[in-house]
Design a protein around this ligand. Structure first.
Ligand code: PMP
Length: 287
């Protein structure tokens, strides 16, 4: 028996968990989602993830069929049913079944899906050695077209960038915004360290406001390390002492090469390593 998947109040066997071909989530990428982690049975930063989910839904005028409290219960229940302690939780809200036209008002009502599974984004050794990334030609979508703050089901912008990275022999892509400023990677936020100060692009650079990004900024400040949200160019990245990415799935991963250039000494830096240790300690205790 595989893991069970929650769809609109019912838990289905993995291979029976299906949605309609007329769901606008499938037809148009019309919907929103969250990726959440559980460590030792504790769901990490659940309130922050749910706040972002409800905000994403509100931004696209999508009603989530459950209250945040009921959704929390459904997530908890799905995890427990599957007997999972360390897991990746994918919460998906689709526009629901509609006609072959864009009008969301013709959809019968949103659908809520909860998948619980494991995830490995990067091989273990890269956390020790560091990752290589490459700037791609695909720019991050302009916030005036579709705000990257919305964690929507339409990830084509990021997928096109990911394809470019893979074609260039890298696992992750650095995406710039329409102004040529550093935005983020396809599934992670980016940070650099320069002379003991941490820098990361501001929300206005057109990025997803990562939950891990926020946690890491908090941890650094508690350590007395200055953190600045500032616009960055590739010059700032190339001349940085350290670079790392943050994300729910990736956690904190050092970056040691960008566009085939070595960053700092080419090995994970001390502030990155310190933050990784603090982050691991936090996931081991925080509810
Ligand atoms: N940017 C993008 C485009 C992402 O998809 C993600 C992963 N959700 C992130 C950044 C990192 O966000 P978080 O720390 O909330 O997982």
């Amino acid at each position: 028996m595989g893991l069970k998947v929650y769809i609109d109040g019912t838990l289905y066997e993995n291979d029976q968990a299906k949605v309609s071909v007329f769901d606008h989530g499938l037809l148009y990428g019309d919907g929103v989602f969250e990726g959440i982690r559980a460590y030792g049975g504790r769901i990490f930063q659940l309130d922050a993830h749910l706040e972002r989910l409800y905000d994403s839904a509100k931004a696209i005028a999508l009603k989530i069929p459950l209250s945040p409290e009921k959704l929390k219960e459904a997530i908890r229940n799905t995890l427990d049913t599957n007997g999972l302690k360390d897991a990746y939780i994918r919460v998906v809200v689709t526009r629901g079944v509609g006609t072959l036209g864009l009008d969301p008002n013709k959809c019968s009502g949103s659908s809520l899906i909860i998948i619980t599974d494991s995830i490995t984004l990067y091989p273990d050794e890269l956390y020790e050695k560091g990752l290589e990334i490459v700037t791609v030609a695909t720019i991050r979508i302009h916030p005036a077209a579709l705000s990257p703050r919305i964690k929507s089901l339409n990830y084509l912008n990021n997928i096109l960038a990911k394809i470019e990275a893979i074609n260039a022999g890298c696992l992750e892509a650095l995406m710039l915004n329409a102004n040529g400023l550093v935005a983020e990677c396809t599934g992670d936020n980016i940070f650099i360290v320069r002379k003991g100060v941490i820098f990361t692009p501001p929300e206005t650079a057109g990025i997803l406001k990562g939950i891990t990004r926020g946690v890491v900024m908090g941890l650094a400040r508690e350590e007395g390390i200055e953190v600045r949200e500032e616009n960055l160019t590739r010059y700032d990245l190339y001349t940085a002492d350290e670079c790392f990415l943050t994300g729910t799935a990736a956690e904190i991963i050092p970056v040691v090469r960008i566009d085939r250039r070595q960053i700092g000494p080419g090995t994970p830096g001390p502030i990155t390593s310190r933050l990784r240790k603090l982050f691991n300690e936090l996931t081991e205790k925080e509810e």
